[in-house]
Design a protein around this ligand. Structure first.
Ligand code: APR
Length: 257
């Protein structure tokens, strides 16, 4: 692998930062093998766009289709591993150099499995299945078929017979209060906010870099492509998450990576 050059100003800020926030999107998990939200779907799902399936309207119209798609994504998450970007964030936390908070839009658990100390999920976690009517948790009641199937009827809630749904936030739904409040607070207090692998198009998450910048944080983007938040960053590093983050942590920490 060719050597990754870490931008000097970013090393300086990261070395001095007491509070760091990593704000991640689907690009963070791309090198683990999970497709991003705006990548075309594959296989059984290639006729559908993610934005069309991740909505309350799609659930209302065809819950079996939406349920089968989420079960397939749930299974994919199980099958993949945290990448070098996720584990570098875990390592940064363990170094104890900064108070490190991850704010993620991702509904996978790869940050947790990569060892990140604090993770706030703005868009929920698929695995937190719950009743769509009464909210009763159904984390264990989910049977994943061995081969993907296009339609699977969602199970019925044991408490009220409502349909069980994935623990995610769909387009047009409110974000969970607690993770959102903690995310705003962390961005308000941060010295450095690293925006990694997000298109920066979906609000309110896409507004967090502006919150951080207004409160005095240095905002740096890690993304191979320009995004909706590039304009607002002090520095844009056109690299991938799994290449950039280990190089950054190696540059600021003792020689442990
Ligand atoms: N490393 C870093 N960034 C990457 C990588 C990579 N290896 N691969 C792709 N990217 C970038 C892309 O350039 C793009 O800017 O990741 C971004 C992925 O964008 P989206 O697919 O739009 O994902 P995201 O920003 O997380 O979407 C936000 O939209 O649909 C909703 O709720 C869903 O949480 C999701 C939200």
């Amino acid at each position: 692998m060719d050597r990754v050059e870490v931008p000097g100003p970013l090393v300086e800020v990261a070395e001095a930062a007491a509070r760091v926030v990593v704000l991640s999107g689907a690009g963070m998990s791309a090198e683990s093998g999970l497709s991003t939200f705006r990548d075309p779907n594959t296989g059984l799902w290639e006729r559908f766009r993610a934005e069309e399936l991740a909505t309350p309207e799609a659930w209302e119209a065809d819950p079996s289709l939406v349920w089968a798609w989420y079960l397939w994504r749930f299974e994919r998450i199980h099958l993949v591993q945290p990448n070098a970007g996720h584990t570098a964030i875990g390592e940064w936390g363990r170094l104890g150099l900064a108070d490190l908070t991850v704010v993620t839009q991702n509904v996978d658990d790869l940050h947790e499995r990569g060892g990140a100390p604090v993770v706030h999920h703005l868009h929920g976690l698929i695995r937190d299945f719950r009743c769509s009517e009464c909210g009763y948790p159904h984390a264990d009641a989910v049977a994943v078929p061995s081969t993907p199937v296009e339609r699977i009827p969602p199970p019925a809630c044991v408490a009220c017979f409502g349909l069980v749904r994935p623990g995610v936030v769909w387009f047009g739904e409110m974000l969970p209060d607690d993770p959102w409040a903690r995310a705003v607070d962390a961005c308000d207090r941060a010295d450095l906010v690293l925006v990694v692998g997000t298109s920066g198009l979906v609000y309110p998450a896409a507004g967090l870099p502006a919150v951080a910048r207004a409160s005095g944080a240095f905002v740096a983007e890690i993304n191979p492509l320009e995004s909706g938040v590039s304009d607002m960053a002090h520095l844009c590093w056109r690299e991938t998450a799994a290449r950039a983050l280990p190089a950054l942590v190696a540059a600021i920490g003792p020689d442990t990576l």
